[in-house]
Design a protein around this ligand. Structure first.
Ligand code: AMP
Ligand code: MG
Length: 317
């Protein structure tokens, strides 16, 4: 599913120490893909060629994965065809793996259910569907919860091959970090405050080689019957997840997992997300920053430094 065009301040990057000086010279490119304004910043590249390649890949993935676009692999798949595209096959396999690993909390087949709520690619009206509509919804592939993570990971791969020494890929607030900063200091990523999205609730410091992906119930929603209905659905009910989490940030080496796990965490809730982290520790290690609807922030790593008095922060394992 495609997100509206918004310049998300989700994770404002603090690039202090990266300006000026030839060694630290950055090349940047703004790309509009997946209905998202993306900003690519690379260090150690001697021409724009590498940014051209990154941009091409983002547009290629956009065209491949857009569910509502005739000609995309996802469109073909949802119309009973078997698209022969290596990237699509790999992504489908990964999505299935994540679905199994999250006990179905991440479900790539919610397309028709999302459409019924008006969160789908058909740009239908937002409304609460009837139970009969939800029951009758066919299983249609929707990779909206995973596409940007995949894109970040894919572009990271291209940049690494081209000899880029460091890069920040800001895909509408979801961030992929490659290599190190030119001055050797850690990357610093501000984690957005879901209550006040222009500010941040803490700072994450990381040496790079990871993705920082956030899912939040505030990102897309509508109001009906005096209630808010958001876009992260609980696959068990077909209704917006009611897990008491308002946002989940995942830090993981693999962008595609970071993206999917952030969505899954919003479905699973704090206890479920922490249990999942423990369960996957040997295979896909990741860190979590979870914000609850009662103003609590649970975080699993010392790389996160709280920065807001209005929340109760708790370091957990
Ligand atoms: P994200 O912003 O990464 O959390 O992705 C949210 C998008 O993922 C939604 O707009 C839907 O397209 C899709 N989605 C919603 N709920 C789920 C779910 N439980 N599993 C997988 N994808 C979902
Ligand atoms: Mg996600």
């Amino acid at each position: 599913m495609r997100k509206p065009v918004v310049i998300l301040l989700l994770l404002a990057l603090l690039l202090s120490g990266c300006g000026g000086g030839s060694r630290a010279e950055a090349r940047t490119r703004t790309v509009l893909a997946m209905d998202t304004v993306m900003t690519l910043t690379v260090y150690g590249a001697d021409s724009d060629r590498v940014l051209d390649a990154a941009e091409r890949e983002l547009h290629r993935l956009d065209a491949l994965l857009a569910r509502g676009q005739e000609g995309s692999a996802v469109y073909a798949f949802n119309h009973g065809e078997a698209p022969e595209d290596a990237t699509f096959s790999l992504l489908l396999e990964t999505a299935e793996d994540i679905r199994a690993s999250t006990d179905g909390a991440f479900d790539p087949y919610l397309g028709a259910v999302l459409d019924a709520w008006g969160f789908g690619s058909g740009a239908g009206e937002h409304r609460v569907p009837t139970q009969a509509e939800l029951d009758a919804a066919p299983r249609l592939l929707d990779l909206g919860g995973i596409a940007k993570g995949w894109a970040g990971q894919a572009v990271q791969g291209i940049l690494a091959e081209e000899g880029v020494t460091g890069a920040v890929l800001d895909l509408g607030g979801d961030v992929s970090l490659l290599g190190g900063k030119p001055d050797g200091s850690p990357w610093r990523v501000a984690v957005k405050d879901p209550e006040d999205t222009a500010s941040y609730l803490g700072i994450l410091e990381t040496p790079g080689g990871c993705a920082v992906m956030t899912s939040g119930v505030y990102e897309r929603y509508f109001e009906q019957g005096g209630r808010r209905w958001h876009h992260i659905l609980d696959p068990k009910t077909g209704y917006p997840a009611q897990s008491a989490l308002v946002s989940a940030t995942v830090i993981c080496e693999y962008g595609v997992w970071a993206d999917a796990l952030a969505t899954a965490a919003c479905v699973l809730g704090a206890d479920g997300a922490l249990a999942l982290r423990a369960r996957l520790a040997d295979r896909i290690p990741f860190e979590l920053i979870l914000v609850t609807d009662t103003g609590q922030v649970l975080y699993t790593c010392d790389c996160f430094t709280p920065a807001k008095d209005s929340y109760r922060f708790e370091r957990v394992t």
